[in-house]
Structures are given as structure tokens and as C-alpha cells.
Design a protein around this ligand. Structure first.
Ligand SMILES: Nc1nc2c(ncn2[C@@H]2O[C@H](COP(=O)(O)OP(=O)(O)O)[C@@H](O)[C@H]2O)c(=O)[nH]1
Ligand code: SF4
Ligand SMILES: [Mg+2]
Length: 402
């Protein structure tokens, strides 16, 4: 992801007066100490663009608008600079910290941002020192403010959730696997031996992966598990192995047996979990199943409303799997469609469906809500990968180790 070109990163501009805590906030959000010491008086006060990873949202560029609140003879220059920043902003944070005092500058920024249709997340910083009337602030400026402390980290997960919810449509991760490959690399896709429904077609993840490979000028070769030997023989004649193998989870074990451990191997469902959500959160969530205790409640969430079928995965199969894996007596709630609860804190785990009908933004909002409530979250595919013992290998090349 570090290779994401700057232009493809979400640009988050941070507006706030000097000392509101803009630089500290960048550090708190990214967990890095990379932000910028306040500029010395007299040096340039041009906005600083910093490409960073905002986990788990993804690659972003923070625009630190240091010095943009300068008054006086710099007035005209300030307006000019502000406009230049706003032209490049996808999402804005408006930071206020005590004592709030006169809010004319904040109002001016807010008007400019709203006029451009840029979503704004209000941040009330330095809650550790107190002295801020949050309701009054929200009333004055007409937007919601998330109370945080960049110093102690309080509220930072809630702020990430608010940022994720404000991310404009269209800012979805737009690659499934192509970002891991270079043009010209060859990928072997493996389907189960007896390809099931739908007749005469491939299923959506297979089609999407193939399209993504082509978009990234990679070569996709596809076979069923039955023809795996022949396919690998084909590669061997060329002197090697595929650069990556992506298999259906059902035949993961067969594929794994035939591939040397150094050949990268993953599954369609793991790639889709990464594409739709945050793979690390989902993998950690799956592992949290092992620490469930008697009496814990688990939320199972499906994005579609359909009649529960007998043996339905969400209502019967999955609770059984989770009971077996954890060895605990658990309570289950199942929700479907838009009924994903606002409050998740009563749960010890959330298991979501693959979310093929949700866009990434929607799925990420749900993941961020679970994170800010401190509740582990996983999905069916990742959980089943853990149970069948394929998770470690399947996520090996997709997650930084550790
Ligand atoms: N108590 C407290 N101090 C903070 C907090 N955030 C920033 N500060 C302090 O406020 C001052 C200005 O912070 P800085 O990030 O440089 O503000 P900027 O000018 O908006 O970039 C520094 O002394 C920070 O240590 C916070 O959450 N709580
Ligand atoms: S996995 Fe897809 S089809 Fe199934 S409930 Fe979730 S969104 Fe709907
Ligand atoms: Mg600063």
C-alpha cells in the first residue's frame, strides 16, 4: 500500500488555529511521530502534504494547514493558500481546542468547505484539560464534534470511525490483488473440481479478480483443482511456478500440498475480505473466537434479508462452528439488512457475512464501529479459514508480519 501514488490517496486537510493540536492529531491518528514541528516564525507557512497510512482506513495524505490562520498583512495570501488547500481536499478535520473563544475563523473555513461539498468532521481536542462546552460548540458551528485528546489518545478510535463514515463515495480501495503484483506477473486461479452454480458462469469474486489482474497488466490462468497438476507442469516447463496462486477455500488443502511453501498462496475469500474491509481487524477478530467465555454474546450480521433456510449458515452452521472452536456456552443474536446495531458493546464478537452486496465504505463503517466499541469483528470467510487451518498461509503475503 505504500506504493499508492499520492493522487490516489484520500486527502485529509486539518484546519484549526495555531496550537489547536493539528500536528499532534496527525501523530495520534497514525501512531507515528512523523508530523512536523511547528514552523519557526518567518519560515514558509505553506501547507505540508504528508503521505501516510491511516490504519485501517488506508493510504491518505494529511494536509497540515499550519499558518493558515495568520491574520493581518498576510490576509490575502492566507485566503489564497486556503483556497489552494480546499481545492485538493477530499475530507476535512476542523480542530478546536480550549479556550474556544471567537469562532469566526472556524466559521469561515466551514463555509468554504461546505460550499465545495467537502465533508467536515469536527474535532474537539485537548479534552484531557477540560474546559470545553461541546454542546455549545456544536450549536454554534452546526456540525458534530468528536471529543478527543491527541495527548492521551482518548477518543481517537471514535474519530477514526467518524472519518470513515465521512469518506466520500468513490474512495473505495479499487484493487483486489493488483497492488501486490507487477505488470507481467502470472497468477494461477484455482476453482473447485466440480464447479457449482451458477451454471455457465463464474462466480463474482472470480470474475472480479480476473478483471483486476487484467487491469494491472498481469496474466491470469485458471483451472479447476482437477487440472492443478497439468497447470503446474505448464509452469514448470517455463522454469518455475506462478507468481501467486489464488484458490477457492474448499480446495485450499489440495493446492497447498502441491505447492512449495515459498510460492505465495491465498484464497478468493481472503482477498475479498481485504478488498471489502480491513483484513487485519478481521483476522484478529477470528482469533478472538478462541478467547470467548461462557455467557458471552456473539452478534452475527448478514447484509441481506432473506428467509432463513434450514441449515442456514448464519443461524445454525456458524453458531455451531463458533461453539466448537471456543468450547464455550454462548448466546447468539442474528441481524440482517440494515439492522446492524448502533451499540455493539454488549457483544464479545461480531461475525459479519462477506458483504458482497455492501460497498467497502459501508463495510468499513461497520468495522470501525466495532473497533471504537472495542469489540473484535471477523467475517465468515476469515473465520472458516481459521477453522480449516489455512488462515496463516492465506494471509501470509497480505499482512505485514507481527
Ligand atoms: N493537554 C493537551 N495538549 C495538547 C493536546 N494536543 C496537542 N497539545 C499541545 O498543544 C500544543 C500545540 O500542539 P500542535 O500539535 O503543535 O498544534 P498545531 O499548531 O495545531 O499543529 C503542543 O504543546 C501540544 O503538546 C491534547 O490533546 N491535550
Ligand atoms: S455474503 Fe453477500 S449475499 Fe450473503 S448476506 Fe452477505 S452481502 Fe448478502
Ligand atoms: Mg503544527
Amino acid at each position: 500500500m505504500l506504493d499508492t501514488p499520492k493522487a490516489n490517496r484520500l486527502h485529509i486537510a486539518i484546519f484549526g488555529r495555531r496550537n489547536a493540536g493539528k500536528s499532534s492529531l496527525i501523530n495520534a491518528l497514525t501512531g507515528q511521530d512523523a508530523a512536523l514541528v511547528s514552523p519557526m516564525p518567518g519560515t514558509t507557512t505553506d501547507p505540508v502534504f504528508k503521505a501516510m497510512e491511516l490504519l485501517p482506513i488506508g493510504p491518505v495524505v494529511f494536509i497540515d494547514t499550519a499558518g493558515i490562520d495568520d491574520q493581518g498583512e498576510l490576509g490575502e495570501l492566507r485566503v489564497e493558500r486556503t483556497l489552494r488547500v480546499m481545492d485538493r481536499t477530499d475530507l476535512a478535520l476542523l480542530v478546536v481546542s480550549p479556550p474556544a473563544g471567537d469562532l469566526s475563523m472556524e466559521r469561515e473555513w466551514l463555509e468554504g468547505l461546505k460550499g465545495r461539498g467537502i465533508p467536515v468532521v469536527g474535532v474537539c481536542n485537548k479534552v484531557d484539560v477540560g474546559g470545553m462546552d461541546l454542546g455549545g460548540l456544536e450549536g454554534e458551528l452546526g456540525i458534530r464534534f468528536v471529543p478527543v485528546s491527541a495527548r492521551t489518545g482518548e477518543g481517537i478510535e471514535f474519530l477514526k470511525e467518524a472519518i470513515q463514515e465521512a469518506v466520500p463515495e468513490g474512495w473505495e480501495r479499487d484493487t483486489i490483488v493488483g497492488d501486490l503484483l507487477s505488470p507481467g506477473q502470472v497468477v494461477l486461479l484455482v476453482a473447485p473440481q466440480d464447479i457449482q452454480a451458477p451454471k455457465g458462469r463464474l462466480i463474482l469474486p472470480q470474475v472480479q479478480v480476473m478483471r483486476d489482474l487484467l487491469d494491472h497488466r498481469c496474466v491470469g490462468v485458471m483451472a479447476t483443482a482437477g487440472e492443478l497438476g497439468v497447470s503446474l507442469e505448464f509452469f514448470r516447463r517455463g522454469g518455475g511456478y506462478p507468481d501467486l496462486v489464488i484458490t477457492d477455500s474448499q480446495v485450499f488443502h489440495i493446492v497447498k500440498e502441491k505447492l512449495p511453501p515459498e510460492v505465495p498462496l491465498t484464497s478468493f475469500s481472503i482477498l475479498m475480505a481485504r478488498y471489502k474491509g480491513d483484513l487485519k481487524t478481521l483476522v484478529d477478530g477470528a482469533r478472538a473466537v478462541m478467547s470467548l467465555k461462557d455467557g458471552d454474546r456473539v452478534l452475527i450480521a448478514e447484509a441481506c434479508t432473506h428467509h432463513p433456510l434450514k441449515g442456514d449458515i448464519g443461524r445454525e452452521k456458524l453458531p455451531q462452528v463458533i461453539r466448537e472452536m471456543s468450547g464455550a456456552e454462548l448466546g447468539f443474536d442474528v441481524v440482517a439488512g440494515n439492522d446492524f446495531p448502533r451499540e455493539l458493546r454488549g457483544y464479545s464478537l461480531v461475525v459479519h457475512c462477506g458483504g458482497c452486496m455492501l460497498n467497502r465504505k459501508h463495510m468499513m463503517s461497520r468495522i470501525m464501529r466495532a473497533r471504537s466499541h472495542g469489540v473484535p469483528m471477523t467475517n465468515y470467510g476469515v473465520l472458516l479459514a481459521l477453522r480449516s487451518g489455512i488462515l496463516d498461509r492465506a494471509v501470509g503475503m497480505l499482512l505485514p508480519s507481527g
